[in-house]
Design a protein around this ligand. Structure first.
Ligand code: NAD
Length: 425
């Protein structure tokens, strides 16, 4: 066997072409032709564009985009593209939306497009005075922030408010300034980061302290999106199902172990639309989980109650800092196509639809949990993946998946055995 050069210190890697990098990786990891061929195959993104989006690009990864049907949001029918590798996610949204379509679909709202940037000031002997000194400069601070982004200003965005807190920390008191900025149709991370960095020297000058961090907070609790829907009891299969779903919600509300899974289900839907539209999934996820813990204990992002006529009402409220410009939203052609499918013209509209999807997803999961269990539907879809994983192709995939579901054994070893039988082995 030839010896390979196993050093990760590959000189000039970032200056190589994508192909050269791929060759270097293939040599390092001993990739065979088939793996290299897969990595070389472009998806629906130009390799040159990919090379400009991030560093050290060697390939792109294609994720299926499914379209959720039956969605009615604020009286408008919408088709929702969802990028996800997980089976059942799209089907759950379609089913949940179907069950509230006739009762009006989803009603949504937003709190605004406000993002928060934090400036951390340390080393001030009199932090309470420093706090006051910063608050006294509100007009100056507004002018400094607004000077950073004239385009945003022209679009009606810019500085909106100022908050300053003295934070007790292990290293002593810190003075934390929050810049509250309307970033319009951008997620706004770069925008507010620039403002915080530009302002920092002035804060040091006014207070005599030292500024360290200057960056947005992903706890975007000034950029909330909300969705609600009512599912008539007849549409969801009766009072027992409804009550089981309420009990499931109560469980999530009371227990962080359950809430983490409950909210993960919400994010199955939310992250899929965030990704399909080229937005920052990590930013939305960090904000969602931080918001879920805002009262000191991690809890459910949704709530459910029984209405006066016995229907099930569901509500979701969470930070949804997404944009139509900035990041990959404008540069990724697939993201642009997905935004076109959604037919949205503002970031707020996008956030509202995403909130509706998150609620639909949660309804679907709770209903499955309260009735047949999550595995029945999930495994039926997952069986296709298992079939492909053991080498089924073409019509075999469906055939083998059906056999696995019928046998209630959606496992790779069983799949391999059944595939051999199918092939007359
Ligand atoms: P951006 O800087 O690419 O675009 C925003 C700019 O677009 C604005 O400054 C404005 O001048 C212009 N613009 C044009 N039309 C606009 C409109 N209709 N509304 C608003 N602005 C308009 O992007 P961004 O949104 O500031 O930053 C998003 C990116 O920052 C994402 O890629 C994210 O991943 C990344 N990021 C995230 C974090 C974090 O979440 N912690 C930190 C740093 C960077």
């Amino acid at each position: 066997m030839p010896t390979r050069n196993l050093t990760s210190r590959i000189s000039g890697f970032h200056r190589m072409t994508t192909e050269e990098r791929l060759e270097a990786v293939a040599a390092f990891s001993d990739l065979d032709e088939s793996a290299v061929g897969t990595l070389r195959r472009p998806g629906n993104i130009d390799p040159h564009l990919a090379d400009h989006m991030i560093e050290n690009v060697v390939a792109t990864l294609s994720i299926p985009i499914g379209v959720a049907t039956n969605m009615k949001v604020d009286g408008r029918d919408v088709l929702v593209p969802m990028a996800t590798e997980e089976s059942s996610v799209v089907a759950a949204v379609c089913n949940s939306a179907r069950q509230c379509y006739d009762s009006g679909g989803f009603i949504t709202s937003v709190s605004g497009n406000l993002m928060i940037a934090q400036v951390q000031l340390v080393g001030v002997p009199d932090p309470e005075q420093a706090r006051m000194m910063i608050l006294e400069r509100r007009e100056e601070i507004a002018a400094i922030c607004d000077s950073c982004d004239p385009m945003l200003l022209r679009l009606g965005g810019g500085f909106r408010d100022l908050e300053v807190r003295v934070l007790a920390s292990r290293g002593g008191p810190m003075v934390i300034t929050h810049l509250i900025v309307d970033t319009r149709d951008a997620m706004g991370a770069n925008t507010v980061n620039t403002m915080a960095e530009t302002l920092a020297p002035s804060i040091e000058e006014w207070t005599g302290g030292k500024v360290f961090l200057r960056i947005l907070s992903n706890l975007a609790d000034r950029r909330l999106a909300r969705a609600r829907a009512v599912w008539p009891v007849a549409a969801i299969g009766g009072e027992a199902v409804r009550d089981g779903m309420i009990a499931a919600y109560h469980f999530a509300e009371a227990d962080p172990y359950r809430a983490a899974t409950h909210n993960k289900g919400i994010m199955n839907g939310v992250s899929a639309v965030v990704l399909a539209t080229g937005n920052d999934t990590r930013a939305v996820e960090a904000g969602a989980h931080a918001y879920a813990a805002r009262n000191g204990r991690y809890s459910s992002l949704t709530s459910f109650e029984v209405t006066a006529d016995g229907s099930l009402a569901g509500m979701l409220e969470m930070p949804l800092p997404v944009g139509l410009v900035g990041g990959a939203t404008k540069v990724h052609p697939t993201a642009q196509a997905c935004l076109k499918i959604l037919g949205v013209s503002t970031a707020a509209e996008l956030a509202r639809i995403i909130a509706a999807v998150g609620l639909a997803q949660n309804f679907g999961a709770l209903k499955a949990l309260a009735t047949v269990g999550i595995q029945q539907g999930h495994m039926a879809l997952h069986a296709h993946n298992v079939a492909i994983a053991v080498g089924a192709t073409g019509a075999e995939v469906e055939q083998l998946a059906n056999i696995l579901v019928a046998r209630r054994r959606v496992r790779q070893d069983v799949a391999a055995e059944e595939l051999a039988k199918l092939r007359g082995g």
